[in-house]
Design a protein around this ligand. Structure first.
Ligand SMILES: Cc1cc2nc3c(=O)[nH]c(=O)nc-3n(C[C@H](O)[C@H](O)[C@H](O)COP(=O)(O)OP(=O)(O)OC[C@H]3O[C@@H](n4cnc5c(N)ncnc54)[C@H](O)[C@@H]3O)c2cc1C
Length: 452
C-alpha cells in the first residue's frame, strides 16, 4: 500500500528517442524528496527519467518511471571556479541559454542540448572532445544520490567514492540523482573556429583524427553507403572556441551573442520506409558535395557546431512510426582500423544506409561503468525493421570480434550474453547491485532485458 504522501502515478505510453520499444508505464512526477522517499518505501523497482533522449529502454520502467523534470532549479554558481550547482531535472539547453551570453560553456556536452543534468551523469556522456578532455565525470565535483534506504548521500571522488563512480555511467541503477555540482569553462566568444576536411576513405579519416590529437573538438560524418575504395569516406569537422581577436570584425562587437537559429518542426511521422538506400544515398551524395564546397576554415555559432540536429524539432519522426534504433560501439585503438572497416563493410553490403553515421576518437576514461575507452566510437541509426535487427546482430558480433563494447544510452537490442562478452565490468556491477539491494529498488526495462 502506498502512503498518503506518495504521488499518484498515471499510465502513459513512453519510449526513448528512437521510439522503439514503446511501453505503457506507471509514471510519477514527484515534486519533493519526501514524495520520492514514499515511492521508494513501496519496495517496487523504479527508474528515474530525465528528458527521454536515451534512444532505447533505459529510462522506462513499466511499474514506476520517475519523471524528474520538476527538479529544475539552478542552486548556485561560483564565477571564480565556474562551478554550477543544479538540480537533476535542469536541461542543458536551459543552462546554455543563461550561461553562454555570460561567457561560460559546459566542459563536456553530448550532441543534443535537450538532456538533463541527471541524464548526463547517469550516462556519463562524452562529446567531441573526449580524446582530450574526457567524459562528463571530469567536470563533476559532486552529486547527491537518493539510495534504496531512502537516504541521501553526497558522493564525489573523495566522499562515498565507490557510490560516485558506480553512479556515473550507472544508467540510473544505483539510485536517483537529485542535484550535482559541475564546472563550466570560461569562453571569450560564442563562436567556434571550425575547419572542415574531407577524407576519401577510412584510412584517411583515421589519419586526420590522429593528426588532430591536439585539437579540442573533432568529429566525422561518414557516408556509410560508400563502398570499395571509397569505404569510410567522411567529412571531418575540427573546432576550437574562438577568441575575440580571431573573430571577423562584424562579430567582435558582441562576441557572446549569436543569431537565433531558425527552428523547423517535423509535423508528422514520415511513412515507414521513407529512409531507404535510395533516399539516404541521395542525401549522402548531396551532403558530401556540399561539405567539399565548404572545406576549410570558418566561424560557426556554438549551437550550429555542437547541436546541428536540435534545430529540426522532432527529427525522430523522419524514421516513421516504427521508430529507429541506434547502434554505438567503441573499438580499442589497436583494432579500430580493421574493426571499423568490417562494420562499414557490413553496413554498406546490407544497403542499410544510416544517414547519421558519426565517428569520434575517444581517450582514456575514469569511472567504473562508463562507456568510453581509448579508441574510436561509431554511431549508426537505422529505421526499425526485421532486416535492421539482422544487421544489428552482425554489427554486434563484429564489435565483439574486435574487442569493442556498446553504449547503453543508445541500446535497445543487446542480449545479456553479448553485453557480458563485451565488458568484463558487468558482473562486478551486478554483484554490487545485488549486495547493496539496488536491484530491489532500481530497474529499467533495459536492466531487466540485460539482467543487470
Ligand atoms: C540527438 C542525440 C545526440 C546525442 N549525442 C550524444 C553524444 O554525443 N554523446 C553522448 O554521450 N550521448 C549522446 N546522446 C545520448 C544522451 O546524451 C544520453 O542518452 C542522455 O542520458 C540523455 O539524457 P536525458 O536527460 O534525456 O535522460 P533519459 O534519456 O531520460 O535517461 C537516460 C538514463 O539516465 C538515467 N537518469 C536520468 N535522470 C536521472 C536521475 N535524475 N537520476 C538517476 N538516473 C537518471 C535514466 O534512468 C536512464 O538510464 C545523444 C542523444 C540524442 C537524442
Amino acid at each position: 500500500m502506498s502512503s498518503p504522501m506518495a504521488p499518484r502515478g498515471s499510465l502513459k505510453t513512453l519510449c526513448g528517442w528512437g521510439r522503439y520499444p514503446v511501453q505503457t508505464c506507471h509514471v510519477y512526477c514527484p515534486r519533493s524528496e519526501s514524495e520520492m522517499i514514499q515511492l521508494l518505501k513501496r519496495g517496487l523497482p523504479l527508474i528515474a527519467r530525465g528528458n527521454g533522449r536515451a534512444y532505447g529502454d533505459s529510462a522506462l520502467n513499466r511499474e514506476a518511471t520517475l519523471q524528474m523534470r520538476h527538479f529544475n532549479r539552478l542552486l548556485g554558481f561560483n564565477p571564480q571556479t565556474g562551478q554550477l550547482i543544479a538540480e537533476a531535472g535542469v536541461l542543458l539547453a536551459e543552462i546554455l541559454e543563461i550561461f553562454v551570453p555570460r561567457g561560460w560553456f559546459p566542459l563536456v556536452t553530448p550532441g543534443t542540448k535537450f538532456v538533463t543534468v541527471g541524464g548526463m551523469i547517469a550516462a556519463d556522456v562524452h562529446g567531441k572532445n573526449h580524446h582530450k578532455e574526457g567524459s562528463f565525470v571530469r567536470s563533476l565535483d559532486w552529486l547527491d544520490l537518493l539510495t534504496s534506504e531512502g537516504q541521501i548521500y553526497r558522493c564525489s571522488p573523495s566522499e562515498n567514492r565507490d557510490l560516485f563512480y558506480w553512479t556515473v555511467g550507472g544508467m540510473g541503477l544505483t539510485g536517483v540523482i537529485l542535484r550535482a555540482a559541475f564546472r563550466l569553462r570560461p569562453i571569450e566568444t560564442a563562436w567556434i573556429r571550425q575547419t572542415i576536411r574531407i577524407a576519401k576513405n577510412l584510412d584517411e579519416v583515421i589519419d586526420l583524427f590522429e593528426a588532430a590529437q591536439d585539437v579540442t573538438y573533432s568529429v566525422a560524418w561518414i557516408d556509410c553507403l560508400a563502398s570499395g575504395s571509397r569505404l569510410g569516406r567522411s567529412v571531418v569537422m575540427l573546432g576550437e572556441h574562438a577568441t575575440r581577436e580571431e573573430l571577423p570584425t562584424k562579430y567582435r562587437q558582441r562576441p557572446l551573442r549569436t543569431p537565433q537559429r531558425r527552428k523547423i518542426s517535423i509535423p508528422l511521422d514520415f511513412p515507414n520506409g521513407a529512409l531507404n538506400a535510395l533516399t539516404v544515398g541521395t542525401f549522402n551524395q548531396l551532403y558530401f558535395l556540399n561539405s567539399q564546397r565548404k572545406a576549410g576554415q570558418s566561424f560557426v555559432d556554438w549551437d550550429t557546431f555542437f547541436y546541428p540536429l536540435d534545430s529540426l524539432l522532432g527529427w525522430n519522426r523522419i524514421y516513421g512510426r516504427r521508430g529507429f534504433v541506434q547502434f554505438q560501439c567503441v573499438l580499442p585503438l589497436s583494432t579500430a582500423r580493421e574493426g571499423l572497416s568490417a562494420l562499414l563493410h557490413c553496413t554498406s553490403a546490407a544497403g542499410a544506409g544510416s544517414f547519421l553515421a558519426v565517428l569520434k576518437k575517444l581517450g582514456d576514461q575514469q569511472g567504473y561503468f562508463s562507456f568510453p575507452m581509448a579508441g574510436y566510437t561509431l554511431a549508426l541509426d537505422f529505421p526499425m525493421s526485421q532486416r535492421t535487427l539482422k544487421v544489428l546482430d552482425q554489427l554486434e558480433e563484429i564489435t565483439l570480434q574486435y574487442g569493442g563494447r556498446f553504449y547503453l544510452a543508445k541500446d535497445s537490442h543487446l542480449t545479456p550474453l553479448r553485453l557480458r562478452q563485451s565488458d568484463c565490468r558487468v558482473e562486478t556491477f551486478v554483484k554490487v547491485r545485488n549486495a547493496q539491494q539496488w536491484t530491489v529498488n532500481f530497474a529499467s526495462e533495459q536492466s531487466k532485458r540485460l539482467r543487470l
